[in-house]
Design a protein around this ligand. Structure first.
Ligand code: MG
Length: 179
């Protein structure tokens, strides 16, 4: 499974050159350009699935992507969308609208990856694309346990909530305490 993700870094000219040079390869094109208009101009000549990531900043933008037919799938990043609840809301509407879904984030350790894993695995299986075990990319440990990874598959840790045992020292002083 190949995703070619330009992270909004190309002009439509560059994206078209890339698409033309890789015509014989089976892959999904992810966010080649910055604006919806630029990505639409690439999509019109593309014979491959398109996923948008950086363009998905809110429920409103997701609905605009749907209205334009600008993508087959979406990458939903928890921090960019305002947290787990907002991401779930957008994910649920996006699934109803027929999008394929990846839930990830801009990076993170066990806490963030656990949230990603829960949101990914609560997406209907037929609509899931992929996920990333970001906690394996960083050296800070934010929880004593972590989402289990077996080969190329990730699960969710056992336990209430996100299922993780947060390392309290990393959190600093609490904003408030309930006794
Ligand atoms: Mg991306």
């Amino acid at each position: 499974v190949i995703f070619c993700d330009a992270n909004a870094g190309w002009t439509p000219f560059q994206a078209r050159q890339f698409a033309d040079a890789t015509r014989g390869i089976d892959y999904t094109f992810e966010q080649p350009c910055t604006t919806l208009e630029e990505n639409m101009s690439v999509r019109r000549m593309l014979d491959k699935p398109m996923v948008l990531d950086e363009s998905v900043t809110s429920l409103e933008e997701m609905l605009e992507i749907h209205r334009l037919g600008a993508a087959d799938g979406l990458t939903l990043k928890i921090s960019r969308l305002g947290g787990v609840t907002r991401t779930r809301q957008i994910r649920d509407v996006a699934v109803d609208l027929g999008f394929m879904i990846t839930v990830e984030d801009t990076g993170g350790a066990e806490i963030d990856t656990a949230a990603m894993a829960h949101l990914s695995l609560s997406t209907p299986e037929e609509r899931r694309l992929h996920a990333i075990a970001f906690h394996e990319w960083v050296t800070v440990r934010t929880a004593a346990n972590k989402p289990p990874v077996t080969g190329s598959r990730m699960g969710i840790p056992d336990g209430p909530g996100l299922g993780i045992d947060v390392v309290p020292d990393l959190l600093g002083k609490p904003f408030f305490a309930i006794g």
